[in-house]
Write a protein that binds this ligand. Structure first.
Ligand SMILES: NC(=O)c1ccc[n+]([C@@H]2O[C@H](COP(=O)([O-])OP(=O)(O)OC[C@H]3O[C@@H](n4cnc5c(N)ncnc54)[C@H](O)[C@@H]3O)[C@@H](O)[C@H]2O)c1
Ligand SMILES: [Zn+2]
Length: 363
């Protein structure tokens, strides 16, 4: 598979990745190599990665952080910066971030700020990190409940995508990453959407080429609009309502939290419904979106009371400006429209449709 050139880095795929990595190490001869993992990628991904790494006589140190979004914090960064300095990391050291989006976002931020920036390479091991976090250069951490609020844009040296890591990724995290792939189809490529929704299962052998295609789509969108002024907003399809649903389920004691992609899947159905009313998405395509998503994602109960709070949460959406909620909607599959407005009545109607269709009581 051909490597994909992004703004400042290169994304390599499959068996080639270790050859690229080892060549890079040989050519740049870093003073030391630091590998950042979380508790899961330490157990599931590090052994096979070490078996492929050819570090010659360069010393390798492994730094482990606890897994999960709760640990994507500045406190954890402080621990990693301290470990780097205790082990004498210098400007010529290399950090390799081996993990999901938490490890690549946090590790990218740590590397970009330690000594005002040292080299790093991302090796995403979750589907979400492969298809979404791998391009665009967004690094950073959360501040309390504010996600990704502290960070810098920096792409690192290269991204190495080896889908065989996905063999140990829990099913719910596979499904979560798949939601972002579906989104890439909906905003940019109807054929890609059709292929994805006709997959029999999320087996790695089926996903290989599709992961590549997703990275191509995201890279095209990001490259055409590096400063997030216009086109890049289309990546937000499903995310206006999806983020509010995600935050709501996180903050409420009697509900199981939803993974990011699970919330985005609901957001995409709701925003596709709104698209039929606001920008002419055909009922036929809406039907395909709804059934395509619900083939994989389970129904989630969202009562009338939940809906009110979720709609209220929209005002905190980072992408808003001057107090209006703006949606990315679809004119057709593959043809999005940015900066669309929808009133609360229509949003309630979309929720009502979702509940009625899935036979969920709203009260
Ligand atoms: N930088 C970007 O552009 C961008 C884009 C999308 C998401 N993100 C960020 O990514 C994060 C979400 O990413 P995520 O879903 O990968 O979360 P994550 O890093 O928490 O990984 C999910 C879970 O899977 C485990 N895991 C990862 N790879 C594994 C493997 N191969 N085998 C077994 N377990 C494995 C992790 O330990 C974790 O428990 C969020 O913080 C989000 O903000 C960033
Ligand atoms: Zn997302």
């Amino acid at each position: 598979m051909e490597s994909i050139v992004t703004k400042d880095a290169v994304v390599h795929f499959n068996s080639e990745v270790y050859e690229k990595l080892n060549n890079y190490i040989k050519t740049t001869n870093p003073s030391k190599i630091f590998i950042l993992v979380d508790s899961n990628t330490h157990d599931y991904c590090l052994p096979s990665f070490m078996a492929e790494l050819n570090n010659g006589d360069i010393k390798v140190e492994v730094m482990e952080i606890p897994d999960g979004e709760d640990h994507k914090t500045i406190d954890i960064c402080t621990g990693v910066w301290e470990a780097l300095s205790q082990y004498y990391a210098d400007r010529k050291s290399l950090i390799i971030n081996l993990g999901g989006g938490v490890v690549t976002d946090l590790g990218g931020f740590v590397a970009s700020t330690y000594m005002r920036g040292i080299s790093y390479i991302n090796v995403p091991t979750s589907l979400l990190a492969m298809v979404d976090a791998s391009v665009g250069g967004k690094t950073g951490v959360d501040l309390g409940t504010l996600k990704n609020i502290v960070g810098v844009i920096s792409e690192g040296e290269m991204v190495l995508i080896d889908p065989s890591f996905l063999a140990t990724l829990p099913r719910n995290h596979m499904v979560s990453g798949y939601a972002e792939m579906l989104k890439h189809g909906l905003i940019r490529d109807k054929d890609y959407w059709n292929t994805l929704t006709h997959l029999e299962d999320l087996d790695i052998s089926h996903l290989n080429q599709l992961i590549y295609d997703s990275v191509v789509i995201k890279n095209k969108v990001v490259t055409e609009d590096p400063t997030e002024k216009g086109l890049r907003k289309i990546l937000n399809f499903g995310h206006t309502l999806g983020h509010a649903i995600e935050s709501y389920f996180l903050g409420i004691a009697d509900k199981e939290p939803l993974l990011h992609g699970e919330a985005i899947a609901i957001g995409m159905i709701l925003e596709a419904y709104i698209s039929t009313k606001v920008c002419g998405l055909s009922l036929e395509e809406f039907e395909s979106i709804k059934t395509g998503i619900l083939k994989t994602f389970s129904k989630v109960e969202i009562t009338n009371r939940d809906q009110e709070v979720i709609i209220d949460l929209l005002k905190y959406d980072k992408k808003n400006s001057h107090g209006t909620v703006k949606f990315v909607l679809l004119e057709t599959i593959g043809q999005p429209k940015i900066d669309c407005l929808a009133d609360n009545e229509l949003i309630f109607e979309a929720f009502k449709y979702y509940n009625t269709y899935l036979n969920i009581s709203s009260s």
